[in-house]
Design a protein around this ligand. Structure first.
Ligand code: GLV
Ligand code: MN
Ligand code: MN
Length: 411
């Protein structure tokens, strides 16, 4: 590690990665992009410095392995994602990978090995920016990837299969990406909180109790494109006006339901000309709640309301489910080891839920998982203003190191 301590190095590395983007002037790093390949080149060097043996799998996860002492055959996986949303902050994802590398670096620098191996993973896609689906990388590692998704096309018409080929992977061999390294001790992910709970309680880190479920849909309102100057208002079938009414309904329903958050984050209007009444509007819908039953009920209700709006306006609407993830509890066993680690470092150990999705959701399908959140300035995330403090990152590295030490003592 370079001068200034390992937290300073993590901060600098997040800055460096934040510059690898597909768009000038803002951070946008989708699955299987040129920017992701640049990140892989850079992170590979840092992983090697920390004594990790690096490989890339077919889907595009970057994995670094630190072998155990004395032939211990279990593995602890640490990781987070290296892709981003559009106009992202630099910590959502990369922070967890950089903290994991820093914790391994400490072991490497002191010539220590643990009774278990450590695998640090930079996942290929958590955000779902390019293909709408989430967790492409962790699904491949967990053996939960649906090959039908390979046919999904991005906004330019490039299929996921082609994108994987373009970045050096083989879409026909994704089954080989599945974890084949034997017994797993667990998966632990460090992540920026993306909320303001820790800030309000003046705490550097917190232990996640569960991750809320989410449903994502694509809705297409279809009416009639028409002349904006000659079509009377009462003869229009304006798809955008229907979509706009739906957006308001989404907001109202979410406000009325305790704990529900629902978002329309994308809207594409066609034909898309000043003087043409919109004939089609395609929008995204993202619905989340800690209670799966409420999420499913409210999602169904929203789709129903979309149909009502379309019918009343003489349009049609089609809805397509794009992704669905259930709410997932964290492992009580790993949470208690994290709690002990945080307390031994002299901090109060608080637990908090996650409204954001994480690769840990998918990893929970193959092993126990836990997450450590790092305080986030103002709770701002999915925004370039996203910010963490170096002092808090230092606590996160210490906590992860202590966690592994405690786990080693118990194994
Ligand atoms: C991931 O950032 C999510 O959308 O929860
Ligand atoms: Mn995110
Ligand atoms: Mn994230």
């Amino acid at each position: 590690m370079t001068a200034g301590g390992d937290a300073a190095t993590v901060m600098r590395r997040c800055d460096v990665l934040g510059a690898f983007s597909e768009e000038p002037g803002r951070l946008t790093r989708p699955f299987a992009s040129r920017a992701m390949l640049q990140v892989h080149e850079q992170v590979t060097l840092w992983m090697r410095d920390a004594g990790l043996a690096v490989r890339k799998d077919n889907v595009g996860n970057l994995l670094g392995r630190y072998e155990s002492a004395g032939g211990g055959s279990s593995t602890l996986i640490l990781g987070s994602h290296l892709d981003s949303v559009r106009g992202a902050g630099r910590y959502d994802g990369p922070l967890g990978v950089m903290v994991a590398i820093a914790a391994v670096q400490r072991l490497h620098d002191s010539g220590s090995r643990l009774p278990f191996a450590i695998e640090v993973v930079g996942f290929a896609d958590e955000e779902g920016l390019r293909y709408g689906t989430t967790y492409i990388g962790s699904k491949a590692l967990a053996g939960a990837f649906d090959v039908a998704d390979l046919e999904r096309a991005d906004a330019q018409g490039v299929t996921m299969a082609q994108a994987i080929r373009d970045t050096g992977g083989d879409p026909g061999r994704l089954a080989e990406d599945r974890w084949q390294g034997g017994n797993l001790l667990g998966y632990v992910e460090v992540h920026i909180e993306q909320g303001a709970v820790l800030e309000a309680r003046d705490l550097p880190v917190g232990i996640v109790s569960a991750i809320a479920g989410q449903s994502r849909y694509r809705l297409t309102f279809t009416g009639d494109a028409a002349h904006a100057g000659t079509t009377p208002m009462d003869r229009r079938k304006d798809a955008l006006v229907a979509a706009a009414e739906f957006v308001m309904v989404v907001e109202a329903e979410a406000r009325e339901t305790d704990g529900l958050v629902a978002t329309v984050g994308q809207l594409a209007v066609s034909p898309g000309a000043t003087n043409v009444v919109p004939g089609q509007a395609v929008l995204s819908l993202d619905v989340r709640h800690a209670d799966d039953k409420v999420r499913v009920e409210r999602s169904d209700r929203l789709l129903h309301r979309a149909r009502d709006i379309a019918t009343r306006r003489g349009l049609s609407v089609e809805s397509e489910p794009v992704a669905e993830n259930r709410s997932v509890p964290c492992s009580p066993r790993l949470m208690s080891v994290l709690t002990q680690a945080v307390q031994e470092l002299g901090h109060p150990a608080v637990t908090l839920g996650s409204g954001a999705g994480h690769d840990a959701v998918v990893m929970a399908g193959i092993t126990e998982m836990a997450m450590l959140f790092v305080r986030c300035k103002g709770g701002i995330s999915h925004n370039p203003a996203e910010s963490v403090a170096e002092e808090d990152v230092a606590v996160a590295i210490d906590t992860l190191s202590k966690f592994m030490e405690l786990l080693a003592a118990k194994s």
